[in-house]
Design a protein around this ligand. Structure first.
Ligand code: FCB
Length: 463
């Protein structure tokens, strides 16, 4: 079966993970600069100081994308490059970099899919409360307008936020991501102000960008598989915090009652002001879905140790405020290098459920991919495991398309190996290898394979 006409094949990256050049041309620190420089926060003390040095290798990387035949490229814009003090003065040099990127994409026939926030909040704004305060959402809208004015004549798809779940709960509850705070109430305020930022930014963007631009947001929606008698109850609680906390306000204009119930001992949500939900509930053209793995859940029965076998649940504090009783059970293998299980059926379930709940809303897989401990042999990486992972998830996408689900594209995470947040450079997700000593880029077998999928618009037979 061929992928439908118009289905977009792309790859994704994020500014802090690839750019480097953290103090060049007027960029000021983000929360990830601060966090990665804090001892003990990132494996090996790795930072994004150099990363893939993409900032200085833009043309080479653009040529690489073109050589793969990418039809779209999903990148993020670093707020602290564009408005280094978080609000106020605009740094033209920062905007110019992204303008060159967008022009370079268009010159190669690649659609620019721009994300405004992939976690690199200007540190100065964190110093004023970060996402726990409303003023950050307002500053984000101003930043969105500035970027929209500069690039709005050329960017095809605008994404406000990448995975606000991670920004809020991993950043402010579990503390395993920047800014490294472990405060349940703070994380729920962050949820709301990220949602608000999304709504305010969409309003601002719509006023300044070209009329045929598309608007979206990317969520890491979770697939929870209920286990045993208490599985459904457990699933209801974490699905409220993990999925409905964003889908509810953004697409339905409400915070779900389940969520208010689960978090009742933490907050009455009085920081949600009159009119906020209407602001958040803006129409979007496409919903971005990031999917890697699934979780098995049930309620902890109080006996023995509570299992937290969830790849995103590794800190000492939980990223599930109010759902501390939910137990994450080990998943069936095989697992990737992240410890995440490989469950392509989860992607089918997720896309199907979304299409049923939100008929008429096109979906796009904005991230999917896998880290494996690649081995270099004769200068090559024969990553059959990554090919298999991507193939099975693309097959899942084909399966749901065949059943009538409107999926518009697939972006592999990631174009190249990069700074994998708290795991530093120890986890390799790229279809292109980066040698961190020489910064040389080498296509892995998966890159050749993906290029062939794009060229033929079909999944090749497996050998
Ligand atoms: C997602 C992030 C992305 C990358 C992948 C592996 O949660 O959006 O930046 O780190 O996971």
């Amino acid at each position: 079966m061929a992928f439908p006409d118009g289905f977009l094949f792309g790859s994704a990256t994020a500014s802090y993970q690839i750019e480097g050049a953290v103090d060049e041309d007027g960029r000021r620190p983000s929360i990830w600069d601060t966090f990665s420089r804090t001892p003990g926060k990132v494996v090996n003390g790795d930072t994004g100081d150099v990363a893939d040095d993409h900032y200085h290798r833009l043309d080479e990387d653009l040529d690489l994308m073109a050589s793969l035949g990418l039809e779209a490229y999903r990148f993020s814009i670093a707020w602290p490059r564009v408005i280094p003090e978080g609000r106020g003065a605009v740094n033209q040099a920062g905007l110019d970099f992204y303008s060159r990127l967008v022009d370079g994409l268009l010159a190669r026939g690649i659609r620019p899919v721009a994300t405004l926030y992939h976690w690199d909040l200007p540190q100065v704004l964190e110093d004023e409360g970060g996402w726990t305060v409303r003023s950050t959402a307002e500053a984000f809208a101003d930043y969105a307008r500035v970027v929209g004015q500069a690039l709005g004549d050329r960017v095809h798809t605008w994404t406000t936020l990448n995975e606000p779940w991670c920004a809020a709960y991993l950043g402010y509850a579990a503390g395993v991501h920047a800014p490294g705070i472990t405060d349940r109430l703070a994380s729920l305020k962050a949820v709301h102000h990220l949602n608000l930022a999304h709504g305010l930014a969409l309003k601002a963007l719509r006023e300044v960008v070209k009329p045929d631009a598309e608007f979206s947001v990317t969520l890491n929606l979770h697939v929870f598989r209920p286990v045993g008698d208490t599985g459904l109850d457990a699933q209801r609680r974490v699905a409220a915090l993990g999925n409905a906390a964003f889908l509810g306000p953004m697409l339905e204009g409400v915070y779900p009652t389940d969520m208010l119930e689960v978090t009742r001992s933490i907050t009455d949500w009085s920081f949600v002001e009159e009119g906020d939900l209407e602001t958040i509930n803006q129409p979007i053209d496409v919903l971005g879905v990031n999917y890697y793995s699934s979780s098995n859940v049930r309620l902890w029965d109080g006996a023995g140790e509570r299992s937290r076998a969830d790849g995103h649940n590794a800190g000492t504090a939980t990223p599930w405020p109010g759902a501390e009783d939910v137990e994450f059970l080990p998943t069936e293998g095989p697992h990737t290098d992240m410890g995440w299980n490989i469950d392509p059926a989860g992607l089918e379930d997720l896309l199907t459920a979304l299409s049923e709940r939100y008929p008429g809303l096109p979906l796009m897989v904005t991230e999917n991919g896998a880290a494996f401990p690649d081995e270099v042999r004769d200068g090559r990486v024969h990553d059959a495991d990554r090919i298999d992972y991507v193939r099975r998830h693309l097959q899942a996408v084909q399966n749901v398309i065949a059943r009538g689900v409107d999926v518009r594209g697939y972006f592999v995470w990631s174009l190249m190996d990069n700074f994998e947040w708290a795991f530093g450079y120890t986890k390799r997700f790229g279809i292109v290898r980066v040698d961190y000593d020489t910064l040389e880029r080498t296509r892995k077998d998966s890159a050749d394979w993906f290029a062939e999928v794009i060229r033929t618009r079909e999944l090749p037979e497996t050998p």
